[in-house]
Design a protein around this ligand. Structure first.
Ligand code: AMP
Length: 399
């Protein structure tokens, strides 16, 4: 894996794709700078070598051209603070001004380009647009794992203009190394916990995990399509009728492969999708009419915790229930604590997917697990066995 550590940036200009897609409040203050902070080590490596960094990113989902609400100029001051560097800002990511600013930038300085998504060409992966971006730098660095599954101009197409002068930043390198610890060479037993709302979103993940995991624990709304497929009564729980066949196939495949695919024995149910209605706990396959399973129940929690504590590798993607409601957070919270406990017993534990990362933070455990991935969709696709354009573009060796 070619990373920034294999390059000496002295006297060089690095064109770095970062993920500065940070949340802003109504006054355009940054409300969570985690993504910016994560990129600092890569930026400082370049600057400390005696190089300069030209940073490019998207921010939000602007439609139809430039829009001040999505301008990266809101990030300039904070970027200066967290890097200690002098920041130049190009108010158009392409064009004469950006070119001359990139030419005159000095070692140790940063040039931040305006939001790439002010141009539709970014998302369409336009080759000319990518060539225009490529002119700014001598070396291309991709450190934006969150967009690695997109074949956009700045995330993959641009790489082809740099020959072999291209590499991963530390975030990308870390994400790939940690994902590989799980998918390529997991210490056994490997327990995967898969939850979330819909089974349709997780089918490919489950198929692929079946090749490597020993046990798969299912939770969340997706569990009920499996329970129903097996003939259980699920009341008004989430259900995807068009996935019943596939759910049965997955259960068969798991059996044939000797993978333990486990459904929650019991559920905490509600008489409406609310935190304030009636509550009852029952077997997941005999939920009363008009009631819905919104969390895994105490028997399921006990079984899942015991599997997790025995694991040497744990992957967790998706909550066990509607953890946003206090009455239905217990399953997710218990799993989060078990994953932290497994970590302290020496297991490698990876939390991936936006909602499980949010859950582990909500329960104050993000520093008690091995790694919390920054890339929801990108990580999911990696675990589905897909080739991510952002990774492939760096790995493609030019002879
Ligand atoms: P996903 O984005 O697919 O990982 O799903 C996460 C969402 O699924 C969260 O917002 C949860 O509230 C929701 N969820 C989890 N379990 C259930 C359930 N049993 N019924 C309805 N929604 C659920």
């Amino acid at each position: 894996m070619q990373t920034v550590d294999q390059f000496d940036f002295s006297g060089k200009k690095a064109l770095v794709r970062v993920d500065f897609n940070v949340p802003l409040n109504d006054s355009f203050d940054i409300t969570d700078d985690a993504r910016m902070m994560a990129a600092v080590p890569t930026i400082l490596k370049i600057l400390k070598d005696g190089g300069s960094a030209i940073l490019m990113s998207h921010l939000g989902r602007p439609k139809g051209g430039p829009n001040p609400a999505f301008s990266l100029n809101h990030l300039v001051d904070h970027l200066g603070k967290i890097t200690g560097a002098h920041i130049h800002f190009a108010s158009d990511c392409i064009g004469e001004d950006a070119i001359s600013m990139a030419q005159s930038i000095k070692p140790g300085e940063i040039l931040l380009l305006e939001n790439l998504r002010f141009y539709d060409e970014e998302k369409s992966g336009d080759a000319d647009f990518a060539k225009k971006l490529a002119r700014y730098g001598d070396i291309y660095v991709n450190d934006a794992f969150g967009t690695a599954h997109r074949a956009h101009a700045s995330t993959s197409v641009v790489a082809s203009s740099f020959g072999n002068q291209k590499c991963f930043g530390y975030i990308m390198a870390n994400e790939i190394a940690n994902a590989n610890k799980v998918i390529a060479e997991p210490a056994k037993p490997f327990v995967a916990i898969v939850g979330g709302a819909k089974v349709s979103d997780k089918l490919l993940l489950l198929e692929n995990l079946m090749q490597v995991a020993d046990t798969i624990l299912i939770g969340g709304g997706m569990a009920y399509t499996f329970v129903s497929a097996l003939g259980g009564k699920i009341g008004t729980s989430l259900f995807e009728a068009d996935r019943v066949e596939l759910a049965l196939e997955l259960l068969e495949k798991a059996k044939a492969k000797g993978v333990k695919l486990t459904l929650p024995a019991d559920s905490v149910c509600a008489d409406g999708f609310t935190n304030d209605g009636g509550l009852l706990t029952c077997s997941s396959d005999s939920i009363k009419d008009g009631w819905m399973g919104l969390d895994i129940g105490p028997k399921a929690v006990e079984a899942y915790v015991s599997e997790i504590l025995n694991a040497k590798t744990v992957l967790w993607n998706g909550p066990m229930g509607v953890f946003e409601f206090s009455n239905f957070e217990n399953g997710t919270k218990s799993v989060a604590h078990a994953v932290a406990d497994a970590t302290s017993k020496g297991a490698f534990t990876l939390i991936g997917g936006g909602d499980s990362a949010a859950a582990i933070k909500q329960f104050g455990l993000k520093d008690d697990v091995s790694y919390v991935s920054t890339g929801g969709g990108a990580l999911l696709e990696y675990f589905e066995g897909k080739e991510l354009p952002g990774i492939a573009a760096i790995n493609a060796v030019v002879k």
